[in-house]
Design a protein around this ligand. Structure first.
Ligand SMILES: [Zn+2]
Length: 63
């Protein structure tokens, strides 16, 4: 399993948060993750391409 570490800014508290991404498949990945700082839910989405994460996005999760 390939894993990479990314640093992104939480859309809610604006803190920089490190996160491990699994590079399992080429399909776009979308899931909800809790912010380690503010504990709010963040929707994470990215594509895997050549063992790298592309189009990484973190947005506020609703619901
Ligand atoms: Zn946060």
């Amino acid at each position: 399993m390939e894993e990479i570490k990314v640093l992104f800014k939480c859309p809610i508290c604006l803190e920089k948060i490190p996160m491990i991404l699994d590079l399992l498949e080429q399909q776009p990945q979308t899931y909800i993750e809790d912010c380690a700082v503010c504990c709010n839910s963040i929707q994470i989405s990215y594509n895997c391409e050549n063992a790298k994460a592309k189009n990484f996005q973190a947005s506020k999760a609703y619901g």
